[in-house]
Write a protein that binds this ligand. Structure first.
Ligand code: 13P
Length: 255
């Protein structure tokens, strides 16, 4: 797996036509990128957008069921996503934890489902403002990693994981973690992965998310343990998203 990744989380945005043109524009730009590029559009569009992605652009879902197929109205399983060509699933996003009451246990069940379907989980971790201000941020992230990752996946499955560090206070607020804050947490996460799973920590993509824009992407991505980004708002604009991908590519080429 390429350690350098730029992923766009479209959240509950875009109409179908807009989603198609955005996908086409991004697919066109990803043929020669150094970074693995992933888009996570709304679920109803996934199957249709798969046709537009081409070989280089990977498709992610933003969520999946914590259960297998069955009587779970409104849910889509990880296997259903795999069947329509999805390769990655975002799990444990703070909006799902906060707005839909997803606990560490629910996140763990979803990570298990994603992995069992042969897909890559993009596991989101991150602290609230209150937790950072009380100095609890490392402990919070450690707990989320322990319960949603280590307790669920053995070493063979863990190699498929992408981690996204998204401080809740930086999501959609325009307030970004400083490059130093991001690097400090990313290094902490990589060391945790190293302790848990050994050498694979050096190959695991650890992405930063939270108000990444073309203007701040280069500085964030230049940190040694920031391998790319999980981009919300700025991924809805093809030019901005492509410029963020280029910022990551520039860093890779220079090193
Ligand atoms: P913003 O880039 O809009 O802050 O969102 C980040 C995010 O939540 C990506 O998953």
């Amino acid at each position: 797996m390429n350690r350098n990744v730029v992923a766009g989380n479209w959240k509950s945005n875009t109409g179908f036509n807009e989603a198609k043109s955005l996908t086409r524009a991004i697919a066109e730009a990803t043929g020669d990128t150094e970074s693995q590029v992933i888009i996570a559009p709304p679920a109803p569009y996934l199957a249709a957008l798969k046709e537009l992605c081409g070989a280089a652009l990977a498709l992610a879902a933003q969520n999946c069921s914590a259960y297998d197929m069955g009587a779970y109205t409104g849910e889509h399983t990880a296997q259903m996503l795999a069947d329509v060509g999805v390769s990655h699933v975002i799990v444990g996003h703070s909006e799902r934890r906060q707005l839909y009451g997803e606990t560490d246990e629910v996140v763990a069940a979803k990570v298990h489902q994603v992995s069992a379907a042969g897909l890559h989980p993009i596991i989101c971790v991150g602290e609230s403002l209150e937790e950072r201000e009380s100095g609890e941020h490392m402990n919070v992230v450690k707990r989320q990693l322990q319960k949603g990752f280590f307790d669920v996946l053995d070493a063979a499955k863990a190699a498929d994981v992408i981690i996204a560090y998204e401080p809740v206070w930086a999501i959609g607020t325009g307030r970004t973690a400083s490059a130093t804050q991001a690097q400090e947490m990313h290094l902490f996460i990589r060391q945790w992965v190293h302790e848990a799973y050994g050498q694979m920590a050096d190959r695991m993509p650890i992405l930063y998310g939270g108000s990444v824009k073309p203007e701040n992407a280069e500085e964030l991505f230049s940190q040694p343990d920031v391998d790319g980004g999980l981009i919300g708002g700025a991924s809805l604009n093809a030019a901005d998203f492509i410029s963020i991908i280029k910022a990551n590519d520039k860093w890779i080429t220079a090193n």
